[in-house]
Design a protein around this ligand. Structure first.
Ligand code: 4NP
Length: 149
């Protein structure tokens, strides 16, 4: 799960996926990362922690880290939140096989639209709830697909 700061959208996505792995008893691992080093080592934004907690998910232990080239090898799928993240990931990719792992997360719930999960960082708390709902809808589909496999 990849966003820019790794303190708002992608930690929420990581927490939701972790809860779905438990819900569906999946053999899967999830992590999140970003491309902006300003918050490296920080816990998620307090509003992200709050919205996740409201939905029964604890993301307070996540620490922001930068996306690394090795993530292409570690993970089978790389979900980005917006086109900026997509281009950032692409800038580190060394071949087409690596980019085949990358998709906009909302393409799962809205196929072929490349829709963005809006960055809630500069807005109010309702933006975080919207982020949560968009991510939950997409990640439920990801988890169901993995479960069916
Ligand atoms: P995120 O939001 O990409 O959803 O974690 C952001 C949070 C902080 C910054 C950028 C985006 N920042 O530049 O500080």
């Amino acid at each position: 799960m990849v966003c820019l700061g790794n303190i708002c959208r992608s930690p929420i996505a990581e927490g939701i996926m972790r809860s779905k792995i438990e819900k569906y008893n999946l053999l899967a691992e999830v992590d999140s990362a970003g491309f902006e080093s300003f918050h490296t080592g920080d816990a998620p934004d307090f509003r992200a922690i709050k919205v996740a907690k409201k939905h029964g998910i604890d993301i307070s232990g996540i620490r922001s880290r930068l996306f690394q080239k090795s993530d292409f090898e570690t993970f089978d799928r790389i979900y980005v939140m917006d086109s900026g993240n997509y281009n950032d990931v692409k800038s580190l990719a060394e071949n087409k096989t690596q980019m085949q792992k990358v998709d906009f997360i909302l393409n799962i719930s809205n196929p072929d639209t490349n829709k963005a999960v809006p960055d809630p960082y500069y807005g109010g708390e309702d933006g975080f709830e919207k982020t949560y709902q968009l991510l939950d809808e997409a990640i439920e589909l990801i988890a169901k697909e993995l479960w069916q496999k």
